[in-house]
Design a binder for this molecule. Structure first.
Ligand SMILES: C[S@@+](CC[C@H](N)C(=O)[O-])C[C@H]1O[C@@H](n2cnc3c(N)ncnc32)[C@H](O)[C@@H]1O
Length: 257
C-alpha cells in the first residue's frame, strides 16, 4: 500500500458567516468546559474550521454520519479532546490509528501543538485529512495512507502516545497499537459501552502484549449524547510474541480467547 497520497481534495471558503462560526466557537468552548476541558477560543475556532471542512468534503465523500453541526461539536471535537483528560504525560509524538476524517488526531494536534501521524487504510480519507492539515496550517502532523499492521513494521517504538477511537474491538486495537509504542508509552482507547466479554479479551491481550491498564476515564458527553470509557494502557514490558502479525490476523485470529 502506498504511503503517498494524491492531495486531490480542493477545499472551498466556508459557506457559514463569520457570526455563525463565532457562535459555534462559543458553543464548543462551553461544551468542552462541561468536561473540564479548557479550550481557548483560537484553538476552538480551528477545531470548528476542521469540522466545517469535514462537512464540506462529506457532501462528496463518506467521512462521517454525524450531519448535525451541534452534535458534531460534541461527538467529534469534545469527544476527541476528552481522550487527553487523563493522560499523565505531555505527548511529544503521537499516532492516531484509523483517523477517518481526522478524529481525534486533528483536534488533539490543535489543542496540544504536538507532532504526530494520522493513519488510515483508506487513501481517500487520508487525502482529505492532508487537505485539512494544509488548510489549517498544522505543522509537524501528517496523514499517512497505510494499514496499522504494515506501518508498524516501519515505525516500531516511535510514538509516546497512540490513540484509537471507534476503530474496532479492544483486543485488536491493543495488538495494533503495541508495536508503535516506545517503552513506558501510552495507548489510549475510547469506547462507548464495551461488553464485559470485550474487556476480558482485552485484559488477556494486554498481558500478552506487555501492556498494563493504568486508568479508565468514565464520563457522559454533554446533552445526553452518550457514555464514554477511555482506557489508558502503558507499555510496561516487551510483548510475549512477535508483533505485528500478518495483516488481518488480529481480527481473524485474536491473540486471546
Ligand atoms: C469508524 S472509523 C473511525 C474514524 C475516527 N477514528 C473517528 O473516531 O471518527 C474507523 C477507521 O479506521 C480505519 N481502519 C480500520 N482498520 C484499519 C487498519 N488496519 N489500519 C488503518 N486504518 C484502519 C478505517 O478506514 C476507518 O477510517
Amino acid at each position: 500500500m502506498a504511503n503517498e497520497t494524491s492531495r486531490t481534495i480542493t477545499l472551498r471558503p466556508f459557506d457559514e458567516s463569520v457570526d455563525e462560526i463565532a457562535a459555534l466557537v462559543t458553543e464548543v468552548v462551553g461544551l468542552a468546559s462541561e468536561l473540564d476541558i479548557e479550550l481557548d477560543s483560537e484553538t476552538a475556532e480551528r477545531c470548528v474550521q476542521h469540522l466545517l471542512y469535514v462537512n464540506q468534503v462529506n457532501q462528496v465523500m463518506n467521512l462521517t454520519r454525524i450531519k448535525d453541526i451541534h452534535d458534531a461539536l460534541i461527538l467529534h471535537i469534545v469527544d476527541s479532546l476528552a481522550l487527553y483528560r487523563d493522560l499523565p504525560i505531555d505527548p511529544e509524538h503521537f499516532l492516531d490509528m484509523g483517523t477517518g476524517a481526522g478524529f481525534p488526531g486533528i483536534p488533539f494536534a490543535l489543542y496540544t501543538g504536538c507532532s504526530g501521524v494520522l493513519l488510515d487504510s483508506v487513501g481517500k480519507k487520508i487525502d482529505a485529512v492532508n487537505a485539512f492539515i494544509d488548510a489549517l496550517g498544522i505543522e509537524d502532523v501528517e496523514g499517512i495512507h497505510d494499514r496499522c499492521e504494515s506501518y508498524a513494521m516501519k515505525m516500531r517504538g516511535r510514538f509516546d502516545t497512540v490513540f484509537a477511537r471507534a476503530v474496532g474491538q479492544m483486543s485488536m486495537i491493543i495488538e495494533y497499537g503495541t508495536p508503535f509504542l516506545e517503552d513506558d508509552g501510552y495507548l489510549v482507547v475510547a469506547k462507548a459501552n464495551p461488553e464485559a466479554s470485550e474487556l476480558k479479551l482485552a485484559e488477556k491481550t494486554a498481558a500478552i502484549c506487555g501492556l498494563e491498564l493504568v486508568g479508565c476515564d468514565e464520563f457522559d458527553l454533554p446533552r445526553g449524547l452518550g457514555h464514554r470509557s477511555v482506557f489508558l494502557y502503558q507499555k510496561v514490558s516487551e510483548p510475549r510474541i512477535k508483533l505485528p502479525r500478518a495483516v488481518g490476523l488480529a481480527k481473524k485470529q485474536p491473540l486471546a480467547s
